[in-house]
Design a protein around this ligand. Sequence first.
Ligand code: PEP
Ligand code: MN
Length: 347
Amino acid sequence: MVVVMSPDATAEDVARVVARVEGVGGEANVSKGVVRTIIGLVGDIDSFHHLNLRTLPGVADVHRISDPYKLVSRQHHPDRSTVWVGRPGRQVPIGPETVTFIAGPCAVESAQQTLEAAQMARSAGATILRGGAFKPRTSPYAFQGLGVQGLEILADVREATGLPIVTEVVDARDVAVVAEYADMLQIGTRNMANFGLLQAAGEAGKPVLLKRGMTATIEEWLMAAEYIVQRGNLDVVLCERGIRTFEPSTRNTLDISAVPVVQATSHLPVIVDPSHAAGRKDLVVPLSRAAIAVGADGVIVDVHPQPEVALCDGPQALEGADLRELAQAVRRFPALVGRTAAQAPVV
Ligand code: PEP
Ligand code: MN
């Protein structure tokens, strides 16, 4: 931490800061410039926070140098992590060596629709199935998902296709039941800062896919991941799904630079959701290519056997020729960045 004194700070002001810092066992290194004095602090950052140094006379600013998140930071864990999803013997990796393709319907609507979507996903090369049983809808009048019945459908489709499933949990009270069925819990953009839910997910014993809040900074997103990891669950995968900006031509703005920014600062894998970022099926293939090229550890995409009658997010769901084009990109692009496409579990 660095304390910047104002140009008119007195020698007493500087001495007061030094005394406070030393009073909690810290070290204060004073550097006098021509105009300003700065004080470098060494020691326990949390105890420095409690000193409220900004409130002292002569203090202009206080800057934090180290990351506020510890467990997800690369500072103490330089190697990037791989998270394994699925039952032992059928696990799919998400990490730095591979590109993992996750696909499925936005929402589980029926057994037939989910099975068809899973078969489409699998034939396109997807190795994990997505599908929402509990849907976090902006409108309380919109389809809210089939709940536990949807989880049962997902479990049956996993049996039929061998694909592990990732599905969203929207309420801390549902974590146990979702974890009973799912191979990976998804926490969506609207719940990224629901700290009780993050903590409950951290105790559920399943990997977690943590989407970025649509108005969250990267630091806030990593702090949300820290809540999960702090509960003993290191298996967290981050998902960039677009942020809200002033641009109305896409549903959100895909922050593609978030991928290398996160990878430089955190060891957690990071994947991209071009479907929820763009909200338009014509942009899903180009944005998926961009995601793989920028170094994402995977992509998660909406597919639907009949997008025109989808109960949720039909305009962004792929099928037919669009899905074949995506399949080709996901097969070919990983090699261009020195990776392989993650393989489907053998059934
Ligand atoms: C979803 O993936 O179904 C979803 C609701 O995504 P997001 O939380 O990114 O809007
Ligand atoms: Mn959706």
